[in-house]
Design a binder for this molecule. Structure first.
Ligand SMILES: [Zn+2]
Length: 269
C-alpha cells in the first residue's frame, strides 16, 4: 500500500489550520442546517465526548473541522499515523500509514451545508501500534489541555504526561509537552499584551473627561529597544476625591497589594 517511512507531509496535523479554506459556518448556521437533515442523519451526528471514537458508516460530522479533529483524536487513541489519500473540499479519504495495514475511512460532503457523512470504512488494523504516537503533536496537546493550563498556569508537565499516557497510552516526551504549554501561555500572553496597550487610552479618556484629574502612566524601555515601551505603573487621582480629602474629611482608602495569578505571576501594589 505505502511505506511507513514517508515523511511528515502526510501527517494529519498539517491540516489543522485549513478550516478557513473550507468556509466554516457559525454554530447557528450549523444548527439550522441540521434541522433540514433527515431524522437518521441527525441521529448519527458525531457528538464529541471523552469516550473513544468509533467510526461507522452513515455517521455524520457537522463540518470539516469536526471531522479532522475526530480523525486526529481517533489516530491518537489508536496509536497510528494517518495517511491522507484525499483531503479535499468535498471528500476525505484517509488510511493507516503502516505498510499493508488495511484500515481506511472515506467521508464525503453531504448536500446539507458543511456536513460530512462516512461512506466507506474498513475498520481493521493489522499494524503494530506506535507507542511514540506521532499524531499526538504539540498542537493536539494544546487543544486538549489549553483550558487546564490557562486556569492553572503552574500545571505540572509530568501530570500532563501521565494524563496522555492514561487517556491514550501515549508515551510523549516532556519537551513536546513543554512546547505545548509554552504555546498556550504565549497565546494567552498575547491577550494580556493587548490589554496593557489599552491602559494609555484609559488614562487619556480620564484626562479628556476630567482635565483636572491626574492620570500618569509610567513606561520603560528594555535595553536596546528604541521604539517599544513596556508598562511599569499607573497613577490615577480624581479631582473630587483629591479635594474631598484635602478640604473635607473624605476618608482615604489605602489598598495594600495582591498577588496576581495567571500568565504573569507577580505582585501588584
Ligand atoms: Zn493500522
Amino acid at each position: 500500500m505505502h511505506s511507513d517511512d514517508s515523511d511528515g507531509d502526510c501527517m494529519l496535523s498539517d491540516c489543522e489550520s485549513d478550516d478557513n479554506e473550507f468556509g466554516e459556518e457559525s454554530d447557528e448556521e450549523s444548527d439550522r442546517v441540521l434541522v433540514k437533515m433527515d431524522y437518521v442523519m441527525r441521529e448519527n451526528i458525531y457528538m464529541p465526548s471523552d469516550v473513544p471514537i468509533q467510526f461507522f458508516i452513515g455517521q455524520c460530522f457537522r463540518n470539516f473541522r469536526q471531522l479532522t479533529w475526530a480523525i486526529k483524536t481517533y489516530a491518537v487513541e489508536n496509536k497510528f499515523k494517518v495517511y491522507k489519500y484525499k483531503f479535499e473540499k468535498s471528500r476525505v479519504t484517509v488510511g493507516c500509514n503502516y505498510f499493508r495495514c488495511p484500515w481506511f475511512l472515506h467521508v464525503a460532503k453531504t448536500r446539507f451545508g458543511q456536513t460530512f457523512i462516512v461512506r466507506r470504512l474498513h475498520n481493521v488494523h493489522t499494524c503494530q501500534r506506535d507507542l511514540k504516537n506521532l499524531e499526538c503533536t504539540a498542537e493536539f496537546i494544546v487543544a486538549k489541555f489549553a483550558a487546564t493550563i490557562i486556569e492553572h498556569p503552574d500545571t505540572n508537565v509530568e501530570w500532563i504526561q501521565s494524563e496522555l499516557r492514561r487517556m491514550y497510552g501515549a508515551k510523549i516526551h516532556k519537551y513536546k509537552i513543554y512546547r505545548a504549554k509554552k504555546k498556550v501561555l504565549q497565546r494567552q500572553g498575547a491577550d494580556y499584551e493587548s490589554s496593557y496597550k489599552l491602559i494609555i487610552n484609559y488614562a487619556q479618556s480620564i484626562l479628556t473627561k476630567m482635565p483636572q484629574a491626574l492620570a500618569l502612566v509610567k513606561v520603560f524601555r528594555m535595553h536596546g529597544q528604541q521604539t517599544e515601551t513596556h508598562f511599569d505603573n499607573i497613577v490615577i487621582s480624581f479631582i473630587a476625591l483629591r479635594d474631598g480629602f484635602n478640604q473635607g474629611c473624605r476618608p482615604f482608602i489605602g489598598i495594600d497589594g495582591c498577588h496576581l495569578k495567571g500568565v504573569r505571576v507577580q505582585f501588584m501594589h
